[in-house]
Ligand binder design. Structure first.
Ligand SMILES: [Zn+2]
Length: 159
């Protein structure tokens, strides 16, 4: 089953994506639709695009409050690389999700380590300094959200 994750349900995903986008993608990424995919296996997230929009799916494990926060950071970042490649027309994944050199180059250019794994260049890893920058800003933004609606924050930012 696939369930769309709203901002109010899991603001960290939205804030992480926005922060990674600003710091490491020059705001090139569009806001995707995030959803929970209860049937997802293997790595904790997946990315696809239809004609209209990008979708980023997370398996339920990474969304549990008990899951290590870095797993979520890593997931959002890894999928952001796929999203970037898709938007830029870079070939990044082959059949069966095999990760191509285009993915590797984009991952390394946008703040992640990337080595060859069982399924091509899939083995991304967080770089501690980059991870710390993203987590620090994400925490500040999330603290600002406490007890207030996302709409309030948005209005404040836009006004
Ligand atoms: Zn991937």
């Amino acid at each position: 089953m696939k369930t769309i994750i709203q901002m109010r349900e899991h603001p960290a995903i939205y804030v992480l994506h926005d922060t990674i986008n600003t710091l490491f993608f020059g705001d090139a990424l569009e806001l995707p639709t995030f959803y929970r995919d209860d049937e997802a296996e293997g790595f904790a997230a997946c990315f696809f695009r239809d004609d209209e929009a990008d979708f980023v799916g997370f398996n339920a494990d990474v969304l549990k409050p008990s899951a290590p926060f870095d797993d979520l950071v890593h997931c959002v970042w890894h999928e952001a690389v796929h999203q970037f490649c898709q938007q830029q027309g870079i070939r990044h994944a082959g059949k069966n999700g095999y990760h191509l050199a285009g993915f590797r180059d984009a991952a390394r250019a946008h703040g992640l380590l990337c080595e060859k794994g069982a399924n091509g260049w899939e083995a991304t890893e967080l770089i501690p300094e980059n991870r710390d920058r993203v987590v620090e800003i994400t925490r500040i933004v999330l603290d600002g959200l406490k007890g207030r609606s996302w709409e309030e924050i948005i209005h404040e930012t836009l006004d």
